[in-house]
Design a protein around this ligand. Structure first.
Ligand SMILES: C[S@@+](CC[C@H](N)C(=O)[O-])C[C@H]1O[C@@H](n2cnc3c(N)ncnc32)[C@H](O)[C@@H]1O
Length: 301
């Protein structure tokens, strides 16, 4: 049968074994794989890490349609929530430096590690700020961990914040495609947001290296087999845009504005169509082609 373990037995067995480790001990799995959230540890310089987080911050400002110079006014006094910061809450620190009252960061895996390189990246980010913001950021990044009154890191097995009407703005980048229960994450977001609070997410719908010839052929594996291989590791949940719309509506959030950032070609869509796993067969060609998007929504007043 298509999309089953016998399609690629060696890959199935390898993926199945590491999935069991990730399910039993997420911390051991994270240590073993040396993941940072941006790739493998050791491949980046402190300068490139700092530049990455500055770019993320600027992307959020652009997508919020707030000029960079107006970000302090936008953030002043606001409480923020970031899902999945990776191994360094760099965006959270920049949001705090620009005036946010507090940023909660929630993750399913205990990835944050203030290694020498990450400390160096933090120092570069702090040094690159105007003097008033520099003082604010420096004051909370001096110790062995960021000051939890400014940036609070929460690790939970379900990756949910558990916050209640406490948040003005929630954001994430390259996280929602990894969550194990998309409905639960949007419910958590809706509950965490204050009325009128905004949400902004960048979602990467690509295979994360798990395709072969066609960028969409990872959608041919049956769900049950995919889960056996990847469910515990935070690998892509494979949800497409239709599931995001559903989850947002069910959670009671406002109809989202979604903008594709990358599309598959028509020949990729046509070639994969006859082999798709059951749950993707109802997608239109347009929806199937989405390989990434920005999503903005809000909690109704
Ligand atoms: C690809 S990394 C992106 C990290 C960071 N946002 C960045 O842009 O570098 C995905 C992040 O999502 C986290 N994650 C995975 N599943 C999650 C869940 N259910 N809830 C919250 N975070 C989760 C991972 O541990 C990791 O920190």
């Amino acid at each position: 049968m298509r999309g089953g373990p016998l399609d690629d037995p060696a890959r199935f067995l390898r993926a199945f074994a590491t999935n069991q480790l990730a399910r039993i001990s997420p911390a051991a799995y994270v240590k073993l794989t040396g993941q940072t959230g941006r790739g493998e540890a050791g491949t980046e310089s402190a300068e490139s890490i700092a530049a990455y987080f500055r770019e993320c911050f600027e992307d959020y400002a652009r997508e919020l349609d707030v000029p960079l110079a107006r970000m302090p006014a936008f953030l002043e006094g606001k409480v923020l929530l970031e899902y999945g910061p990776g191994d360094l809450p760099g965006v959270a620190l920049l949001m705090y430096a620009h005036g946010a009252r507090k940023v909660y960061c929630v993750d399913r895996f205990p990835l944050v590690a203030l290694s020498d390189k990450n400390r160096h990246a933090l120092a570069l980010m702090v040094d690159g700020l105007p003097s008033d913001m520099r003082a604010r950021a420096a004051a909370v990044s001096r110790g062995q961990a960021l000051d939890a009154n400014a940036v609070e890191y929460i690790v939970r097995a379900d990756g949910l914040s558990g916050l209640d009407a406490a948040i003005d703005f929630v954001f994430s980048r390259a996280v929602l495609e990894h969550v194990n229960d998309l409905d639960a994450t949007f419910r958590d977001m809706a509950r965490a947001l204050r009325p009128g609070g905004r949400a902004l997410h960048q979602v990467d719908l690509k295979s994360h290296g798990l395709h072969k010839a066609n960028r969409l052929d990872f959608l041919t594996w049956r769900d049950s087999v995919w889960d056996l291989m990847y469910s515990g590791k935070g690998f892509p949940n494979r949800h497409r845009v239709d599931r995001y719309r559903e989850a947002i509506a069910r959670a009671g959030l406002a109809a989202p504005v979604m903008r594709a950032t990358e599309l598959a070609r028509k020949d990729e869509v046509d070639d994969v169509r006859p082999q798709l796993a059951a749950r993707f067969r109802g997608l239109s060609d347009d929806e199937l082609a989405w390989l990434g998007f920005w999503l903005a929504t809000r909690m109704p007043e």
